[in-house]
Design a protein around this ligand. Structure first.
Ligand code: ADP
Ligand code: MG
Length: 254
């Protein structure tokens, strides 16, 4: 029974999992030194959806992603995953920082990067089993990067590097994908293909949370949005959240 569960690859192949995994934040306040960058943030989100974090520069979008990723400890509040503390489910979270914050010169191949997704499952110094290799192969295939697997990560385009990180997230079998400004610097075809990809990853049963600064494209890419300016101004379906009165509060303009 246990091994049957263990050998199952829980994604891909057109299976749609609507297992209702559920993220709940209650009263999260977080910041640096003495000033809070986020104050009393509460929201709920379910797997199967794509959630945009929107707000002006300095609104706290990256701080919220870092808090969800466990890189910043909140001053107060709870983060729950299916009712249990999110901190007990680190393997469920995959985090893609802003492009400018990743050292792309790190000498590692695409395949090695994706294999890192298996470390929590196999242990850093233990051998990958056939099952782990299958998962890595499937992740590379899902992201259409099999042909790049022996290339150095630093030699790839921005869009290709993102696919590699997403493949690592799939190999990890994470349900929560956190991305900081993933559309920044992509050309139109690159944006369209990332948009399609994020939607299909969500439809397979994941929760995609991404900061996004382009108000014009947000409704096409995301289902849900949080509008932030240190505090939460609005949450819900993207078009409702981006109503003029909310934008005025967030950006001081109509
Ligand atoms: P956004 O991603 O929406 O632009 P951030 O979360 O990066 O906003 O920043 C929120 C606030 O926290 C800003 O006032 C910013 O100056 C501050 N801040 C962000 N990172 C740090 C840091 N490492 N140290 C101190 N203050 C920070
Ligand atoms: Mg930011």
């Amino acid at each position: 029974m246990v091994s049957e569960h263990h050998d199952h690859i829980c994604w891909g192949g057109g299976h749609h999992h609507h297992t209702h995994h559920h993220l709940l934040l209650r009263g999260i306040t977080a910041g640096y030194a003495d000033a809070p960058a986020l104050e009393d943030i509460s929201f709920e989100a379910e797997c199967g959806s794509t959630l945009a974090l929107i707000g002006p520069n300095g609104a706290g979008k990256s701080t919220l992603l870092n808090t969800l990723a466990g890189l910043i400890t909140p001053w107060s509040g709870d983060m729950l995953w299916n009712g249990a503390p999110l901190g007990e489910h680190r393997h469920e979270i995959a985090y893609l920082p802003q492009r400018s914050e990743v050292d792309w010169r790190f000498p590692i191949t695409v395949r090695q990067l994706v294999e890192m997704g298996r470390y929590p499952a196999v242990g850093m110094w233990r051998a990958m089993r056939a099952h782990d290799r299958d998962i890595v192969d499937k992740a590379l295939c899902t992201l259409s990067i099999e042909d790049l697997q022996h290339r150095q990560i630093g030699a790839l385009s921005g869009g290709q590097q993102q696919r590699c990180f997403l493949a690592r997230a799939l190999a990890q079998e994470a349900h929560i994908l956190l991305l900081d400004e993933p559309f920044t610097g992509l050309d139109v075809p690159g944006s369209e293909s990332l948009s399609t990809l994020l939607r299909s990853l969500a439809e397979e049963g994941r929760l995609v949370i991404a900061s996004h600064h382009d108000l014009a494209t947000a409704p096409q890419i995301f289902d849900q949005a949080l509008l932030l300016r240190r505090k939460l101004i609005a949450a819900g379906p993207v078009n409702q959240v981006l109503a003029p009165e909310n934008l005025k509060q967030a950006f001081n303009r109509a």
